[in-house]
Design a protein around this ligand. Structure first.
Ligand SMILES: [Ca+2]
Ligand SMILES: [Ca+2]
Length: 379
């Protein structure tokens, strides 16, 4: 049976690092203040009473690679495509465990840089599968890759969560490193779950860390699949901006409420499906306030009323982040389909279109052509 993996001392509540292997500067700690180069203080708090506190010194990067049993140069290889300077020293922690395919592993992390750009000082998650396949993910650094905190920045609490695909012994680990030099060490905090969040808890599906569409998306529809465990807790999804959206649950529980973002005047019109079109006006929704559907929820609805002037360059990756709650728990597959306006008609009522983003670029081309023909006629 697939299940969440429980690591030994996963929450560091023994008050020490028992169950874990470490190299470099790693300790179990209670609430900890990190003072950055510019004098900012970040107070990091554990979940319950203790967490792992990693400082980026005490071992060379090649020693850390040996510690994980991975090839020399593996960490730098994740940074050089971004033009970042070489990694120098740091610390790491790991634990091996036996998993079955389908099991999940989850650790909370929070990164704080003491250094400034261009010193990137990245932090990493490492996951080594039974067949030796090694995943090295950059969690955060001052510049990216990973979450870019900026100089002296902090990431806030994230979850590193993976579904495991193999049977056998895995190793999970984390590392934090300096780049270019060996001073102004970066910090990485680990725990089994988020403690007091500083500056925020960026759980997947939160407004700060919304679910992103699946990679094989068609341009006119953003498709999301996820599991609802707490139906009344909003899950936020983030497609590219448009002027309105249709939301269609392809499978899974009905939507109980929707939370729309602060875009334009922050007032939106919500329409229900009458069996052939979105003709049922359900009411006005205000930004950041949950709009509730009927008790059974709805499997599809439409949001209109995003101002025409908010229709920016379609290549602008501005976001329309939508929060959703559901009537019950379950796996959800939902599409968010862009609505476009034909600006040639100069009407202020959005017209639904299945063309989506493609439609926006076609409309832009058409209006350019129209301008050209007007200037021809004016000659
Ligand atoms: Ca803990
Ligand atoms: Ca540094």
């Amino acid at each position: 049976m697939a299940a969440p993996i429980s690591l030994i001392n996963q929450g560091f509540e023994t008050g020490d690092l028992s169950g874990w292997d470490t190299i470099g500067q790693v300790v179990a700690a209670g609430p900890t203040t990190v003072v950055t180069n510019n004098g900012t203080n970040y107070l990091i708090s554990p979940n319950e009473s203790s967490m792992a506190f990693m400082d980026s010194f005490g071992a060379s990067v090649s020693e850390i690679e040996s510690f994980f049993g991975i090839a020399s140069g593996s960490f730098n290889a994740t940074q050089t495509p971004f033009g970042n300077s070489s990694l120098t020293n740091g610390s790491a922690i790991s634990q091996s465990f036996v998993a079955s395919a389908g099991d999940t592993i989850d650790m909370s992390w929070n990164y704080a840089a003491r250094d400034y750009i261009p010193f990137t000082d990245p932090s990493f998650a490492v996951l080594i599968a039974p067949d030796g396949t090694t995943q090295i993910e950059t969690l955060a650094s001052t510049t990216g890759p990973g979450l870019a905190t900026g100089s002296d920045g902090i990431s806030g609490v994230f979850s590193f969560a993976e579904e495991l695909s193999q049977d056998g012994e895995y190793t999970i680990g984390f590392a934090v490193t300096n780049s270019s030099d060996t001073i102004l060490n970066a910090t990485l905090f680990l725990d089994d779950a988020a403690g007091e969040c500083n500056p925020s808890c960026n759980e997947l599906g939160s407004p700060e860390n919304p679910l992103l569409p699946e990679e094989d998306d068609t341009p006119d529809s953003f498709d999301f699949s996820f599991t609802v465990t707490e139906p009344s807790f909003p899950i936020f999804i983030d497609p590219i901006v448009a002027v309105g959206y249709d939301y269609v649950v392809n499978s899974g529980p009905n939507v109980a409420s929707v939370i729309l973002p602060e875009i334009g005047d922050g007032i939106f019109d919500v329409y229900g499906w009458d069996g052939s079109d979105y003709n049922l006006f359900l009411g006005e929704a205000l930004a950041n306030i949950a709009f509730d559907f009927e008790p059974d929820g709805v499997s599809q609805f439409q949001v209109k009323g995003i101002e025409v002037e908010e229709m920016l360059d379609p290549s602008d990756p501005a976001a329309f982040i939508t929060g959703l709650t559901f009537v019950e728990a379950g796996d959800v597959d939902i599409s968010q389909i862009a609505i476009t306006i034909d600006t040639d008609d100069l009407v202020d009522v959005p017209a639904p279109s299945s063309l989506g983003l493609l439609g926006i670029s076609l409309i832009m081309m058409r209006s350019i052509r129209k301008k050209a023909s007007i200037s021809f006629m004016n000659k």
